[in-house]
Design a protein around this ligand. Structure first.
Ligand code: HEC
Length: 171
């Protein structure tokens, strides 16, 4: 009799436990999201920020459409930012930077007697208005390793004004 009571109690307890867990399953539906709520992107190496910098130039609008209405007088005024390192006159000498006479469409790093950085010397191509546009936006980011110590001109219209004026520095 006594053993039966104990066995009965154990069986009852097990049945109750099973029933409760079934009820709990039926009433609460925990749903686990398949992805973490806060995804943390960990770049594989340090290159992701360099990638973004390159993209600045890829998405930069062309300067040519702004040149037609660009303001030469403002361009000449803006050249004051460059004049500590660059001359603009015909036959002007090199200073800390190479002479600017005839700069537009000239081959890069081609002024005789100026010691260019390897970065600019090996960059290749001409100083078209679009190349000047990219370089003058952020010199050190466009030509990584250039020794031109200038932060750049942020405003599109300023670069257009200056480039239009630079274009006048030729016969
Ligand atoms: C602090 C001095 C400094 C200032 C300011 C400066 N530059 Fe330069 N610039 C240089 C130097 C140095 C180089 C040569 C860079 C190299 O060899 O990497 C250079 C190179 C250049 C070149 C390439 C020339 C070539 O022959 O390939 C252009 C174009 C240029 N500068 C335009 C400008 C303009 C426009 C400004 C003003 C908005 C300016 N720079 C401001 C020092 C300066």
């Amino acid at each position: 009799m006594e053993t039966n009571k104990i066995l009965g109690a154990i069986i009852l307890a097990l049945l109750l436990a099973a029933a409760f867990s079934k009820i709990a399953d039926l009433t609460v539906h925990p749903e686990f999201p398949k992805e973490l709520a806060y995804k943390i992107e960990i770049p594989e190496d340090g290159s992701s920020s360099a990638q973004e910098e390159v993209n600045i130039f890829e998405v930069l609008p062309e300067i040519t459409p702004l040149l037609a209405s660009a303001d030469m007088a403002n361009g000449e005024k803006l050249f004051k930012k460059c004049a500590s390192c660059h001359t603009y006159q015909k036959g002007g000498e090199n200073k800390a930077g190479p002479a600017m006479w005839g700069i537009v469409n000239r081959s890069k790093a081609s002024v005789d007697g100026f010691a260019y950085s390897g970065a600019l010397a090996n960059f290749g191509g001409d100083w078209s208005v679009e190349e000047l546009n990219r370089f003058l936006l952020k010199p050190k980011k466009y030509v990584t390793g250039t020794k031109m110590n200038f932060n750049g001109l942020k405003k599109d219209q300023d670069r257009a004004d200056l480039i239009k004026w630079l274009n006048s520095l030729s016969d």
